[in-house]
Design a protein. Structure first.
Length: 285
């Protein structure tokens, strides 16, 4: 694992010894990682290892038990309610659950951050909404409600909404899960383009290893509350850690399968076992 750099000015997001438990369940047990400006970091790891929890700490939706998340020199956990609202302008986030506003049309959903966070005119917003929907090949759905779209289409709307206001930092939680390979490649292209052209700093969680290697400047693997490996894609593929090898090849047998899944009384998410297998090996869908 690379030693974190000591130069704050070259680090966009710095995570130090981040710990979070829910009741008796330890989810993050000392996470350390640095993300430099314009970098595309991909986070992988079994189901329930705390990837979504990690992202939620970066945007201040969850507070650490201890440790710190520093974004552009500001420790997120020290921000008050008003400051956090301002702070979140930097971010675009596509949540795993989609999290669209059900009673709002697709147009209203994608326009929402533009109306709230920018001074764009109605005409400019119209153009930008069309552009973002076009980017994910969703033309002609502006007037529909989320419930009228398929799951994959809703996910693409969530993606379009996240990127609409051209944030400095994008957080994508499984942006391509459940999408067909062509749409997945399309979303990957958009992510690559954003970091190349707009120098957006991006963190993407994915179970799709092909996507991970395509879009990541660096891959980090979360396991048992810690980042157990991080490296650029080509190097990552060659790491001899058997947990890494088992995960990237999606093997049923291996050290990850021998781990007792960390499950506590508060865990009501057994449905996720279906998706990835109890050991958290990524499904190859
Ligand atoms: N608000 C919460 N309250 C209690 N437990 C929580 C909460 N959020 C997450 N957890 C628990 O933390 C653990 C990690 O959850 P998380 O959603 O981060 O997993 P994940 O790595 O994103 O998994 P997946 O790949 O299935 O999305 C899970 O056991 C989950 O039940
Ligand atoms: Mg998750």
């Amino acid at each position: 694992m690379t030693e974190p750099s000591s130069k704050t000015d070259t680090v966009k997001i710095r995570i130090r010894d981040l710990r979070k438990s829910f009741g008796p369940k330890v989810v993050l047990d000392g996470v350390n990682v640095d993300i430099v400006p314009a970098e595309s970091l991909v986070v992988i790891g079994g189901s329930g290892t705390g990837k979504s929890v990690l992202l939620k700490h970066i945007i201040g939706l969850l507070r650490p038990d201890s440790g710190t998340v520093v974004v552009d020199g500001t420790a997120v956990e020290t921000l008050g309610n008003r400051e956090i609202t301002e702070f979140r302008r930097k971010f675009g986030m596509a949540f795993q659950e989609g999290a669209l506003f059900d009673s709002m049309t697709i147009w209203q959903n994608v326009a929402f951050p533009l109306q709230r966070l920018t001074k764009m005119s109605r005409g400019e917003i119209d153009d930008r909404v069309e552009e973002c929907l076009g980017m994910v090949r969703l033309e002609g759905v502006s007037e529909k409600l989320p419930s009228q779209l398929s799951g994959g289409m809703r996910r693409r709307v969530g993606f379009a909404r996240a990127v609409a206001h051209q944030p400095e930092i994008l957080l994508f939680d499984e942006p391509t899960t459940g999408l067909d390979p062509i749409t997945t490649a399309l979303i990957d292209e958009v992510i690559l383009d954003l970091s190349d052209r707009l120098k957006t700093t991006t963190i993407t969680i994915t179970h799709d290893m092909e996507s991970a290697f395509r879009i990541g400047d660096r891959i980090a693997m979360l396991n048992r509350g810690k980042i157990i490996a991080e490296a650029p894609p080509e190097e990552f593929k060659r790491l001899d850690d058997p947990r890494v090898q088992q995960f990237i090849h999606g093997r049923a047998e291996g050290p990850l399968s021998e781990e007792t899944p960390a499950r506590g009384p508060s865990d009501s998410r057994d449905d996720l076992g279906e998706k990835t297998g109890e050991s958290g090996i990524p499904s190859r869908s």
